[in-house]
Design a protein around this ligand. Structure first.
Ligand SMILES: *Cc1c(COP(=O)(O)O)cnc(C)c1O
Ligand SMILES: [Zn+2]
Length: 429
């Protein structure tokens, strides 16, 4: 099966098995599949036959779709296996957003508790195929957690560049525990991203940020798996947070390919939600303006605290193609929505909850109809950022001007039956 790399800006093509992250013209690269050859394979049937299999690597929710993701020899594949995550009814979080048919795909249920594992299994497999021994990434946290784990599985060394003091505790814990060589740099994510590209290009280290086109291929599996869970019935909308913009790029690319293959026959709309303090895509889309980076990006949702996203061009392509929408939400809106996602018994980290905050906003603005079928993507696990959650419930986010509207604070009591009765009497019939 033939794949190649193609520049998004100028169309120049490259060998997919020679290491390259960008075109000579500085444009980002897509993996291009041989759609004509794939059409002959009746892939929908192949994917459905693999559903629930124990056979490796097809037990993975990424490698189940191998032909349409990365047709590589199975011996190179590094899989944990990832994916096979739940698609929940949003419950009270759906009522909060004002939607009647709202499903939440929980990508926090991956092996390292974020969707990054889907791209990483593919990226590490590419690293192995290309003979790399050292891999690196800049990260707001989840990419480093994922890369460290996959590098450990593959027997490689992972070098991680993180912005000093700006990553959530759960994520730093994972990076250190899995043995990632963690370099804290004196700067923000965008500085770390600039540095890691320079390092990889000069020191012969394989770069595993989502600028790596194989990462995007793996992440397409989220939409493949959702559609398969829905028996290939396409919803009206997909909604997800946008940081470096790889995830929504993967979503639209996967949909374009399914449409070309005739596996789906309808294009859903894609809504990307940014934090209002890290909103370069929103500004560009809203003002129909040229791309411009945002300096000193700031939000409590550290996973999307990115001012200079590498995939803005590919992202915009997919949003336009789908007749989609870009919205921004404040930290207040993110944390209030999170209280509802968590309170529904589902739970997710702050960036993920931009999805629900954004849905609520789009329903209120009349962009989304309350009766439309909407699938939101929860990108990371609740326990990734325990500080944000506990501080919200203890009303400790006033320094960020966040009011804890839906706080569930712990109550201190004396160890007596009377004290208990006093505090729970309203719960007892
Ligand atoms: C990486 C990440 C995002 C942002 O995804 P992009 O592909 O960078 O747009 C959102 N939420 C979580 C939890 C993440 O880890
Ligand atoms: Zn080019």
């Amino acid at each position: 099966m033939n794949i190649k790399l193609k520049c998004v800006s100028c169309g120049k093509e490259y060998d997919a098995f020679k290491i390259r992250y960008k075109c000579e013209c500085d444009g980002t690269l897509d993996v291009i599949h041989d759609i004509e050859a794939l059409r002959k394979l009746n892939l929908k049937k192949v994917f459905d036959e693999r559903w629930g299999t124990r056979e490796k690597p097809y037990d993975s929710g990424v490698w189940r779709y191998k032909e349409l993701i990365f047709p590589v020899e199975n011996e190179y594949i590094v899989s944990k296996p990832e994916g096979n995550t739940n698609l929940y009814d949003a419950g009270r979080a759906g009522r909060y957003a004002g939607l009647e048919h709202f499903l939440l795909k929980h990508e926090g249920e991956n092996p390292t508790c974020s969707f990054k594992d889907r791209g990483m299994t593919c990226g590490i497999t590419a690293a192995r195929k290309m003979g790399a021994k050292l891999v690196a990434c800049a990260s707001t946290g989840n990419t480093s957690a994922s890369m460290a784990a996959y590098a450990a599985s593959a027997g490689m060394v992972g070098v991680i560049f993180i912005p000093e003091g700006k990553i959530a505790f759960g994520k730093l814990t994972q990076a250190l525990a899995y043995g990632g060589k963690t370099l804290q740099i004196n700067g923000d994510f965008d500085d770390a991203m600039d540095l890691v590209q320079e390092v990889c290009n000069t020191l012969n280290i394989y770069l595993l940020n989502s600028i790596n086109p194989f990462r995007i291929e793996g992440q397409k599996a989220i939409v493949f798996e959702i559609l398969q869970q829905l028996d290939w019935e396409v919803p009206d909308w997909f909604i997800l947070p946008g940081g470096n913009l790889g995830n929504n790029t993967a979503l639209s690319k996967g949909l374009m390919e399914l449409l070309e293959l005739g596996i789906i026959d309808k294009i859903p709309r894609i809504a990307v939600i940014q934090a209002s303090g890290a909103n370069p895509l929103y500004k560009m889309w809203k003002n129909k303006a040229p791309y411009e980076r945002v300096r000193n990006a700031e939000t409590i949702a550290t996973a999307i605290k990115i001012g200079n996203p590498v995939s803005w061009e590919k992202s915009m392509r997919g949003i336009s193609w789908s007749g989609g929408y870009v919205e921004q939400v404040t930290d207040q809106e993110i944390m209030d929505a999170k209280a509802w996602v968590d309170g529904a018994g589902i739970g997710a980290e702050p960036a993920s909850c931009a999805t629900v905050a954004g849905a609520k906003k789009l329903v209120e603005a009349g962009v989304m109809d309350p009766g439309e079928k909407v699938v939101g993507i929860l990108t990371g696990h609740l326990l990734k950022d325990p500080d944000a959650t506990v501080n919200y419930h203890k009303s400790n986010l006033t320094d960020r001007d966040i009011v804890s509207n839906f706080a569930n604070a712990p109550i201190q009591i004396e160890p007596t039956l009377d004290a208990v009765r006093e505090h729970i009497s309203s719960l007892i019939q």
